[in-house]
Ligand binder design. Structure first.
Ligand SMILES: Nc1ncnc2c1ncn2[C@@H]1O[C@H](COP(=O)(O)OP(=O)(O)OP(=O)(O)O)[C@@H](O)[C@H]1O
Length: 221
């Protein structure tokens, strides 16, 4: 008789995670498991720890105590593996200011070893509604345009886990609709979405699970 199939590791696992900045605990003894195939809405007031948690998962920070795992890989011990699987859309957009939108995406496409970088870049600019400004340098971009270009970068990376920190911030109504569509498409293609937002209605419509933080602890929403 065949042995029973091995269950896939969770998309995300937090094992008693704490993070301290100086004397301030931003996260305190957080444990949580997100099964594969589910998406997570992260809520909480300003300063409750959402960005800190996303940065731990993205391996931009290490926990002070405890362990964070992405698809069974420890975010500290297997940092390079995790980095290949996650992408973070954050307040800092990591764009080359003097390059155009199109050039920014071409640079990334080359780094990722893609064939036809210019074509891939062009298609993504259509998707995020930036074709009219594709040849403008990023330093001339508004906050919302930067957000659109940042999500194009994330899509190009095609991560298994997409970490979205306030993806709707700075976007106009059409941009919010476009972002919702992009998030739905990510989910439909099997990407795990972790979405931190103050727009709870939008977030609940997109995510099956919710984790609400209060002063770095998980509490009932
Ligand atoms: N680099 C840092 N140095 C010191 N303290 C920090 C740093 N980053 C965050 N903090 C503190 O950690 C706590 C959690 O901050 P965090 O940015 O994770 O919250 P947040 O839930 O994302 O807030 P917001 O909704 O305002 O984006 C806050 O008390 C904040 O002041």
């Amino acid at each position: 008789m065949e042995p029973p199939p091995v269950a896939p590791p969770p998309a995300l696992a937090l094992h008693d995670v704490s993070k301290r900045y100086g004397r301030r605990w931003a996260l305190a003894r957080l444990s949580y498991t997100l099964p594969q195939g589910r998406s997570l809405l992260l809520t909480g007031h300003n300063g409750s720890g959402k960005t800190t948690l996303l940065r731990l998962v993205a391996t931009a920070l290490a926990p002070t105590h405890g362990r964070v795992e992405v698809r069974g890989n420890d975010c500290v011990a297997s940092r390079d593996t995790v980095r290949r699987e996650v992408a973070l859309l954050s307040h800092a957009s990591f764009l080359y200011e003097d390059l155009t939108a199109h050039q920014n995406l071409v640079v990334l496409a080359r780094l990722l070893g893609m064939e036809a970088p210019a074509d891939v870049a062009g298609e993504l600019l259509v998707k995020v509604g930036l074709t009219k400004r594709s040849d403008s340098p990023v330093r001339q971009f508004s906050a919302g345009m930067r957000k659109r270009l940042a999500i194009a970068r994330l899509l190009m990376k095609a991560p298994a886990v997409a970490l979205l920190d306030e993806p709707f911030g700075e976007l106009d109504p059409a941009g919010i609709l476009a972002m919702e569509k992009i998030i739905r498409e990510l989910k439909d293609s099997g990407v795990t979405v972790v979405l931190a937002t103050h727009l709870i209605e939008q977030g609940q419509a997109l995510c099956e699970e919710r984790l609400h933080l209060q002063e770095g602890r998980a509490v009932a929403a």
